[in-house]
Design a protein around this ligand. Structure first.
Ligand code: HEC
Length: 103
């Protein structure tokens, strides 16, 4: 009986999470973007003078790919490696979904 309840709880816990992981939740990403905005600007326009690239206008797929590149070290940048080190796969999808809404 107890086991069954736990199993049901697990299913209802993980089902919404996995759909978020596939699509990316822009609202959740917006909260995570707060720290990024310090360099890339609150609307993602960046600051070319300081070497902070513009993110607005890029697709979620591009942004997610670049973030994974920094996290893995394939893209070599100390700042962005540190910024992505603590991000989960879901965080990356959510942040990318949010950035894709910036024009
Ligand atoms: C301390 C400043 C700083 C912060 C904070 C920061 N970044 Fe960056 N970001 C940079 C710099 C500098 C680069 C350029 C790195 C390079 O030359 O590859 C960059 C590059 C990027 C790129 C690649 C852009 C492109 O088109 O090549 C993405 C995407 C990105 N940042 C996303 C983020 C996200 C998401 C966050 C928050 C989790 C974040 N950044 C936080 C400084 C920052």
């Amino acid at each position: 009986m107890k086991k069954k309840l736990i199993a049901i709880a697990m299913v209802s816990l993980f089902t919404p999470l996995s759909s978020v992981a596939l699509a990316g939740d822009a609202a959740a990403g917006k909260a995570k973007y707060a720290v990024c905005g310090g360099c890339h600007g609150p609307t993602g326009l960046g600051n070319p003078m300081l070497g902070y690239p513009k993110l607005a206008g890029q697709s979620a797929v591009d942004i997610a790919g670049k973030l994974r590149g920094y996290k893995s070290g394939e893209r070599n940048n100390v700042t962005m490696r540190a910024m992505t080190a603590g991000l989960t796969d879901m965080d990356i999808n959510n942040i990318a979904a949010y950035i894709a809404t910036l024009k």
